[in-house]
Design a protein around this ligand. Structure first.
Ligand code: 5AD
Ligand code: SF4
Length: 428
């Protein structure tokens, strides 16, 4: 979502006549779009700000945007006086005004969560530099997992209206996008009413987007297990453009930990959802997020996480050490886990997850599938695209261009990518 927000900020400023600079130090304005999810990400902002200071002591105009801005507000300019603007994730459409204020030497801090959505103030999407595009459909979260800052920094759960999303999707496709990834902190909680007043969930939106000519592929991320409706699961069975990939974070395999995390699902209910998803789409790639070392996590709880990984079989995953975040209930809990224990658990978990993703890639060898070419590879003439299962596949790109959908046979697998050989061109 920060990539999406960064693009929209760039488009907004571009519409005001600003152009992109090469390097931070040469720019007149630098916007740092920040993440507050773990301490490491939040602290990185301050070292980035430090690096923008020029030798003569001056600096470009610096705007800190995103969730660190929301969480820390004016505290940021106190800690880093070279910061001119602080703007939260729901207020960045006001950047032009904040820039004008900062240029006059006035305070420019905006961490409002305005009732009128920023989306109403952003320019229409321009031509896409890539065939793949992100589209935010849902923001914020009401789930309040006890470790997580998102409900505080992104605000309450909101769904963008049906018509606005369809219009933005059309603009993206007109601008050259052939694949759209729908985004939300709880994307599968998205809900709205369609043009005829019928209530719709994410599956309805996916079916409507499937009807857009020129849009070949649809993805969505991130989903919460409790919002995984049967309608959405069914869409995986019968919407061909919906790619067979599901990012469904479980966080822990221990129902005791899940309760302490306020996840409102259990180990068993998660596994039951995965089984139904696999029934609908047997080849689906499952990915997940994991936290090790949540307060009170015992060896047995951690073993439950390893065993849910073995039972589920992940094609990809993101795993993190628990990071206490200011203002969240878990940060105040007893029995915080020592760093050495967390490190050891993370290593074991990551070794297992790496083994699984390599096994998933190896099992793909011999399959024929379409890949969407997205970028050039390291070797001359090479092009890299994504398989339906979101694996990177490199091919000899002769006769092809970025944006092509090419049918390939997957012929070998490495740890991070596969090699493909063209069978025939599906569509230009
Ligand atoms: N510490 C570690 N990981 C976290 N995540 C969210 N909050 C924290 C935290 N305090 C992880 C979760 C979530 C992902 C986006 O980040 O796994 O799914
Ligand atoms: Fe954070 Fe996701 Fe839990 Fe919401 S559902 S509080 S975004 S981890």
């Amino acid at each position: 979502m920060n990539v999406y927000d960064g693009e929209r900020i760039g488009e907004l400023l571009g519409a005001r006549g600003l152009t992109a600079a090469g390097e931070g130090e040469d720019a007149d304005l630098v916007v740092l779009n920040t993440c507050h999810i773990r301490e490491k990400a939040a602290e990185k902002v301050y070292s980035d700000i430090g690096r923008l200071n020029r030798k003569d002591g001056s600096s470009p105009m610096i705007a800190v945007a995103g969730c660190v801005a929301q969480a820390e507000g004016e505290e940021i300019s106190r800690r880093a006086p070279s910061v001119d603007i602080v703007v939260g994730p729901q207020a960045y459409h006001r950047l032009p005004d904040l820039i004008a204020r900062a240029a006059r030497g006035e305070a420019a801090v905006d961490t409002d969560m305005p009732a009128i959505s920023k989306f109403d103030h952003l320019p229409r999407r321009p031509t896409q530099p890539r065939p793949t595009a992100f589209l935010s459909v849902q923001e914020g979260c009401d789930k309040f997992c006890t470790y997580c800052v998102v409900p505080y920094t992104r605000g309450a759960e909101i769904s963008r209206p049906w018509g606005d999303i369809i219009d933005e999707a059309k603009a993206l496709v007109d601008g050259g996008a052939r694949e759209i990834t729908l985004l939300g902190q709880n994307v599968n909680a998205w809900t709205s009413v369609d043009d005829s007043g019928r209530k719709q969930g994410l599956d309805g939106l996916i079916r409507a987007l499937d009807a857009l000519t020129g849009l070949e592929r649809i993805r969505y991320t991130t989903s919460h297990p409790n919002d995984m409706t049967q309608g959405l699961i069914d869409a995986h069975a019968d919407v061909a453009a919906l790619m067979p990939y599901l990012h469904l974070p479980v966080q822990s395999g221990s129902s005791r930990m899940l309760k302490a995390m306020n996840r409102s699902h259990s180990r068993e209910s998660y596994l039951e959802i995965i089984a139904r998803v696999r029934q609908a789409r047997p080849d689906i790639a499952i990915s997940g997020d994991f936290i090790v070392g949540f307060p009170g996590e015992s060896d047995a709880d951690f073993e439950d996480t390893l065993s849910i990984v073995r039972e589920t079989g992940y094609a990809a995953a993101f795993s993190f050490k628990y990071s206490p975040r200011p203002g969240t209930p878990a940060a105040e809990m007893d029995d915080q886990i020592p760093a050495e224990v967390m490190n050891e658990r993370l290593q074991r978990l990551q070794a297992l997850l790496a083994e699984q993703s390599q096994a998933f890639n190896a099992a793909s060898v011999g399959k024929t599938c379409a890949i969407m070419l997205e970028r050039t590879g390291r070797k001359p003439g090479q092009l890299i695209g994504k398989s339906p299962w979101l694996q990177s596949v490199h091919i000899d790109g002769a006769g092809h261009a970025i944006g092509d959908l090419v049918e390939v046979e997957l012929v070998s697998a490495g740890p991070n990518s596969l090699a493909g050989v063209k069978t025939r061109k599906v569509a230009a």
